[in-house]
Write a protein that binds this ligand. Structure first.
Ligand SMILES: Nc1ncnc2c1ncn2[C@@H]1O[C@H](COP(=O)(O)OP(=O)(O)OP(=O)(O)O)[C@@H](O)[C@H]1O
Ligand SMILES: [Mg+2]
Length: 199
């Protein structure tokens, strides 16, 4: 941990940045089991927000593990660090006035709460979206064949099978993707953002 460091503030306040860019930053945090639909919804939401001329950018679990977090595995400690870094990166995007859309399983409540607290400290909205579908449904979808391999014992610490998923207790938005289309999900999130006057 570095000690001889001093935070250097910018010359532009958050309010000024929002005014100058005509957009405030925030983070939309999608959480849920593998194959619940996080990446699918994140992609459609990013496209929709861009079409509304909002600077939106997706941070997706698998993609980030190809780069920034390629040194991390799936143990509990590695998952904690994965989410800690993403919380910080999302906060940087929010700080830059972007709409950051994160799509990570983020199975531990404490990790998500840490990301929420980081955003609260920077006065950035944090919209937790529980992308929810029953295990039978996501296991049936299994677009990457991961559940099959986890059941066969080929993947250790797989969320929902051999590792825990701690469902959000009070998410801002709860979507059941076995009952809601991708288009409807995008509308639910966008309507929420408009209602809160975030966009
Ligand atoms: N209503 C729906 N909303 C979202 N996805 C749906 C829906 N109905 C079916 N699907 C399908 O479910 C699958 C969801 O996969 P997706 O990659 O989005 O999940 P994920 O939550 O990102 O999983 P992972 O954590 O493994 O990255 C896709 O094949 C998608 O087409
Ligand atoms: Mg995904």
């Amino acid at each position: 941990m570095a000690t001889n460091i001093v935070f250097h503030p910018g010359a532009v306040s958050q309010a000024e940045r929002t005014e100058l860019l005509g957009q405030r930053g925030l983070t939309i945090w999608l959480t849920g089991l593998s194959a619940s639909g996080k990446s699918t919804i994140a992609t459609a939401l990013e496209q929709h927000l861009l079409h509304l001329h909002k600077f939106a950018y997706r941070l997706d679990g698998d993609n980030i593990r190809f780069g920034l977090n390629k040194d991390l595995g799936f143990s509990e400690a590695a998952r904690n660090e994965n989410i800690r870094r993403i919380g910080e990166v999302a906060k940087l995007f929010a700080d830059a006035s972007a709409v950051a859309i994160t799509a990570f399983i983020s199975p531990y409540r404490a990790d998500r709460e840490l990301a929420r607290a980081l955003h609260a400290a920077g006065d950035h909205p944090f919209v937790e979206v529980f992308v929810d579908a029953p295990l039978e449904v996501v296991e049936e979808r299994d677009p990457k064949g991961l559940y099959k391999r986890a059941r066969a014992g080929e993947i250790k610490e797989f969320t929902g099978i051999s590792a825990p998923y701690e469902a959000p207790e009070a998410p801002e938005i709860h979507i059941r993707t076995d009952q809601t289309s991708v288009e409807e999900s995008v509308k639910i999130i966008t309507d929420y953002l408009k209602e809160k006057q975030y966009i």
